[in-house]
Ligand binder design. Sequence first.
Ligand code: SF4
Length: 303
Amino acid sequence: MMVKRYNDLNTYLRSLFGCRVQKITVDAGLSCPNRDGTIAIGGCIYCNVRGSGTGAHTRGLTITDQILQGKQALLRRYKAKKFLAYFQSFSNTYAPVDTLKKLYDEALAIKDVVGLSIGTRPDCVDQSVLELLQDYAEQHLVWIEYGLQSAKDKTLEVINRGHDVQCFEDAVRATVNRGIKICAHVILGLPGEARSDMLHTAETISDLGIDGLKLHLLYVISGTPMEALYRQGKYRCLEQQEYVDLVCDFLERIPPGMVIQRLTGDPHPEELVAPDWSRRKTETLQKINETLEKRDSWQGKFG
Ligand code: SF4
């Protein structure tokens, strides 16, 4: 049996709760300042109008509906006993704090929901939001997931991210020591980035007291500015082994205790333009494990 060479989310959650815990993705119908015109209209160049979401809110499903449906499916599939409500679509702290409280309260009122995971931008938090999350964190597991994507300002400009690295660092500093767990999102394969840029991102997040990481492959989805770049031959997607090697390099350079929440993205099959191999998630994860094994390496080896 292959030994896990990184600190994966399932093992971490099992160690906290003593059972299988699964995240249920929730679409709360919020927006994003990088799409609604506050910062920009087009959004990040790889993002489409769904903002990485499920579209469940547009289909009229409440948070309760979504969580109850998710519970049933995850109970069947994984025999999960406890759940985290994962507010994923768009920016989930981008609303007045009273509105946010109602949304989070609704999720936490459901039986066996033991915590929250809130995906957002680092420019969408302030003291009042952090105080609200700090209150929840006294009784629940609370993760905030900040999109960084790259620790290189030039790249953030190219992808039209609408904030810089300093903004991310400020948000992290404002969040630490509140009992809130912090997860950083990073994308490998962004336009113009060399391996050294991606490893610089690994070093940057390692020094900030971040608790978790989601690594994503940059894949091209339809209807985005990335699709135009790709079709004009101005962007080359990473090959599968290239990505696998970068993930291993990245893992080697971050602290061993950082919780790895994701090691590759999950494209919607009908929206994916390229690369085709990104549909084969299990195979990619297997190759990451095999490559770490071959290198006799592990998360934090050089961290
Ligand atoms: S911050 Fe997120 S939702 Fe907003 S444009 Fe970028 S990827 Fe899309």
